[in-house]
Design a protein around this ligand. Structure first.
Ligand SMILES: [Zn+2]
Length: 120
């Protein structure tokens, strides 16, 4: 039972229950474990794991952070099945797919928890 509960908790950590834009430059994600994250869009762009941005065999980053505009925007944010999000970036990049695990990892690393959405 303990193992099952642990697996459920692990799944809840990477299950999104809602996404929303936060201002022009951040994405808010609500998680099934009750957490609410706000992740700067530029951090998401920089974490792109597609073959253009990252060597798929070695994991070596190929993307030069200096090449990503500070004011990068997402023209479109869309779900991929129920396991990931994809973004159309204002720098023209569209090939990145971000599994929820990746986004949760980013949220824990660079995001801030969302205090504003909880008070009302
Ligand atoms: Zn990419």
């Amino acid at each position: 039972m303990t193992n099952q509960r642990g697996a459920d908790a692990a799944r809840a950590r990477v299950t999104a229950t809602g996404i929303r834009r936060v201002g022009a430059d951040a994405l808010g994600i609500d998680w099934a474990d009750g957490a609410a994250s706000v992740i700067p869009l530029r951090d998401i762009r920089l974490a792109c794991g597609c073959a253009v941005c990252c060597n798929e065999l070695t994991g070596e980053p190929l993307l030069d952070p200096a090449a990503v505009p500070a004011d990068i925007r997402a023209a479109r944010i869309a779900p991929v099945g129920n396991y990931a999000l994809t973004f159309e970036w204002s720098d023209g990049h569209t090939t990145g797919i971000y599994p929820w695990e990746t986004l949760r990892g980013l949220a824990d690393q660079t995001g801030r928890s969302d205090q504003t959405g909880r008070s009302d």
